[in-house]
Design a protein around this ligand. Sequence first.
Ligand code: ARG
Length: 252
Amino acid sequence: MKKGIGFGIIILTLVLSLMGCSSSSANESGQKEKLVMGTSADFAPFESRNSEGEFVGFDIELAHAIAEELGYELEIKDMKFDGLIGALQTNRVDMVLAGMSATEKRSKNVDFSTEYNHSGEIFVFSEATISSVEELEGKTVGVQLGTIQEEGAKKLQEEVDFDIKLVDNSTTLIQELNSNRIDVAYMDKAAGEGYMKEQNLEGFDDPTSSSPGMAVAFPVESELVEDVNQVLKKMEENGELDKLKEKWLQDS
Ligand code: ARG
């Protein structure tokens, strides 16, 4: 009997100390715990690297604000966009901010926060020769691997006869366009408009686009979802989110 109670106390202490660990983001030495964010830094104005190699963009600042608010130290891991879901599933990262649209399909493998932005889709090309989806016929359309634009292009292909070229990096997509290896780049509107301005390209909005908004992604059942939703709500209410949008996404 006594043994039983003793054992019970040990278990209870263990459970309590474990609870203590997970509810606080600072470890015993007072150092902040790390929050590891996965991203694909090929997607200005959401995430890219500046000339010093530092991560910059809307998602980067948003992630810093989230980490700060929750008392974590942010660590950023850069990877290919099509590897991000896998990184969440294997717990190699705690969250992903990568302009990722919160699709139903992805929701089967990851959890999403509330949506923090919505852009839509755009077709980008070098000369203003295309002004409708029908005119994509016979063209080569480039899309980034693993994106909703890849899926969207495949769907459009059922109606209009064009070729698809998949690239694993969004910056390469524009290089492909500039070197005439593709005729059209199909991409997120905010990202596409940035390239259009910077590199004198043309484009038109995809009238068929119905993509969901962007959200932070987490491993399934991550405890962070609720915390991050609270931070997003607070930033929406106090105008911080709008400030970030003004700074990085003015034109979209
Ligand atoms: N919004 C699109 C998607 O979720 C494209 C995101 C691409 N992001 C990136 N960092 N390259 O599929």
